[in-house]
Write a protein that binds this ligand. Structure first.
Ligand code: DGY
Length: 323
């Protein structure tokens, strides 16, 4: 059988690209420079691509999808998030979309825990001070943070990542609260306190960790009004999507001190960073590292290939369809 053609929009882990080459003719992107929509369409048309192996941030909007050649049957994204893909446009073209759930939950929860710790214990400020050669020695009141033990962690979006974070936070002696569309069954809730209403959630928590998807429905969910309802001295962490935070409002609350600190792994319009964040000492930032472990990125890639193989090699339904 002739091998189907795959367009790899980014450079993926070696083990993943090697497995892809076994079953497909691959069009790689060794430079790893993100492709524009026009470049994706042109490359797909030139090579008669059947599968798009893409990643978070690729501009698979309605315009790009409408212009894809007829040959494209599946868009397999190397991410759990799908806010970079216009799902309605793909459905209208009869193009399947798949993602990579489950395998990145622990890695992303680790980054959320890292940010919670760094924000509470002022890890970013401390590291910046050392690198600037400004440490003059130990002092009784230097860079005092707050301990996590006994604090209430509020998880917004108690899916797989939120639940993995809850397990880790309990190890630090935190009490877990959550706000979600639906209450979880007891075996998943594991004693976490469910808040059906935002008001009771906001009034009880010391740390807010955000795990909600991007897209129009959640744009700027954390706005000035909601930030004002958080208890003074709260900490905010976001490892979901940058678009869910109103940057100007978060930045203002960090500067006034209403928020003690924040930790961000994702940014609205990344890699662009809201200008005010650069001068917020009580903010610790990471460059979208949530799933960035060797184990997780390999697993994500293999999951993409499982989806592609089902559709393009066996003519079956993919194991991880979206929508
Ligand atoms: C995802 O999977 O959606 C992440 O943001 C990329 O690691």
């Amino acid at each position: 059988m002739t091998k189907p053609v795959l367009l790899l929009t980014r450079r993926f882990p070696d083990a993943v690209e090697a497995r892809a080459r076994e079953s497909y003719v691959t069009i790689p992107n060794p430079s790893d420079v993100p492709m524009t929509g026009v470049q994706i369409v042109r490359a797909a048309a030139q090579a008669g691509v059947q599968g798009l192996f893409c990643a978070a941030g690729d501009p698979l909007n309605a315009e790009t999808i409408a212009a894809l050649p007829e040959s494209v049957r599946i868009i397999a994204t190397f991410s759990v998030g799908t806010d970079h893909i216009d799902l309605a446009a793909a459905a209208a073209r009869g193009i399947l979309v798949t993602n990579t759930p489950d395998v990145l939950s622990v890695a992303t929860a680790e980054i959320a825990m890292l940010l919670i710790l760094a924000a509470a214990r002022r890890g970013g400020e401390a590291e910046r001070m050392l690198r600037a050669r400004q440490w003059v020695g130990w002092a009784p009141t230097q860079l005092m943070g707050v301990t996590l033990e006994g604090k209430r962690l509020g998880i917004l979006g108690m899916g797989r990542i939120g639940q993995a974070l809850a397990r880790m936070a309990r190890g630090f002696g935190m009490k877990v609260h959550y706000h979600n569309r639906n209450r979880l069954p007891p075996e998943e809730e594991r004693g976490a306190y469910y808040h059906a209403q935002e008001d009771s959630f906001f009034s009880r928590i010391d740390v807010l960790s955000m795990h909600i998807p991007g897209g129009a429905a959640t744009r700027h969910w954390l706005n000035a009004e909601r930030i004002a309802r958080l208890r003074p001295g709260s900490i905010v962490v976001n490892t979901g999507r940058g678009s869910t935070v109103d940057d100007a409002a978060l930045c203002a609350a960090l500067h006034t001190g209403h928020l003690r600190a924040a930790g961000l792994d994702v940014f609205d319009g990344e890699p662009r960073i809201f200008e005010g964040y650069h001068s917020a000492p009580n903010l610790v930032m990471l460059p979208h590292l949530g799933s960035a472990t060797v184990e997780t990125r390999d697993a994500m890639g293999l999951r993409c290939l499982d989806n592609l193989d089902a559709v393009l090699l066996r003519g079956e339904a993919p194991p991880h369809p979206v929508g």
